[in-house]
Design a protein around this ligand. Structure first.
Ligand SMILES: NC(=O)c1ccc[n+]([C@@H]2O[C@H](COP(=O)([O-])OP(=O)(O)OC[C@H]3O[C@@H](n4cnc5c(N)ncnc54)[C@H](O)[C@@H]3O)[C@@H](O)[C@H]2O)c1
Length: 246
């Protein structure tokens, strides 16, 4: 248990694996009630939280599907109210040169990363009306600069930061809205099927010369949701090994 988190209701998307699973487990260990949502059944994450004496439930949800998100928030409003925080980690990456990128590939990246962030954020903020709340979106260090062969992903992550900056103003002072902007983190997203060996090697050319761990992102998400982050809103918080210094 960590002071300030006991009994708070937290929704984590992308909780099946990677950064989302690490966030869900850390909030669970801190004493929060965690609703773990993912396109893939997040039972393993839920079990791991329960084994550590935390409380969690799992729900399958597709962030590209509005009806699925409305179902998710029915569950939130029934069993996780008042919603105190959301950490939106669902996301996909796509490496492809512009001239080979199909419209369907562009649409899919936007649907998960940007439209999904819009829908999860809108419904979370709706659920927080009348209360205080924390919205934490996962953007990227690529929210700040361009990278060849990643234009749909980079555009989606620039967009996430845009949503955060607008919502932080629109819903102040009760709801604080921030983005985490990770550098290269050691998850399946950086595996061979998603990223060429050339880019994987280039990712290590940063001051700290290593990939971050998902738990290092989760620690910042926990901080942003907690009592000591009450004066932080509208920010993109870099946890990036020095990959960028905006
Ligand atoms: N790993 C990195 O280096 C890195 C760097 C910067 C930002 N990020 C961002 O962090 C977030 C988490 O990434 P990760 O590294 O943990 O990747 P990951 O692939 O390990 O996890 C992503 C999770 O999102 C889920 N997901 C995908 N599409 C979904 C959908 N339509 N509906 C619901 N869930 C869906 C997946 O099932 C998976 O569990 C993403 O937004 C990613 O863009 C990652």
């Amino acid at each position: 248990m960590t002071k300030g988190y006991e009994g708070m209701n937290v929704l984590v998307t992308g909780a099946y694996r990677g950064i989302g699973a690490a966030c869900a487990k850390l909030f669970g260990a801190a004493g929060a009630h965690v609703l773990c949502a993912d396109l893939k059944n997040p039972d393993e994450t839920v079990e791991s939280i329960r084994t550590a004496n935390g409380t969690a439930e799992g729900i399958v949800c597709d962030v590209t599907d509005e009806a699925s998100i409305l179902d998710l928030f029915q569950h939130v409003n029934g069993r996780f109210a008042p919603l105190n925080a959301v950490v939106n980690c669902a996301g996909i990456i796509h490496e492809r040169g512009l001239l080979e990128t199909t419209t369907a590939e562009f649409d899919q990246v936007m649907a998960v990363n940007l439209r999904g962030s819009f829908l999860i954020g809108r419904e979370a903020i709706r659920a927080m009306q009348g209360n205080q709340g924390r919205v934490i979106m996962i953007a990227s260090d690529l929210s700040y600069y361009g990278r060849e062969s990643y234009s749909p992903y980079v555009a989606s992550k620039h967009g996430v930061l845009g949503l955060v900056r607008c919502w932080a103003k629109e819903f102040a002072p009760n709801i604080l809205v921030n983005a985490l902007c990770p550098g290269p983190i050691d998850t399946a997203m950086l595996a061979a099927e998603n990223m060429s060996p050339e880019w994987r090697a280039k990712e290590l050319e940063i001051p700290l010369a290593r990939f971050g761990q998902p738990e290092e992102i989760a620690q910042m998400a926990l901080f942003l949701a907690g009592p000591n982050a009450a004066y932080i809103t509208g920010q993109g918080i870099g946890v990036n090994g020095g990959s960028i210094m905006p």
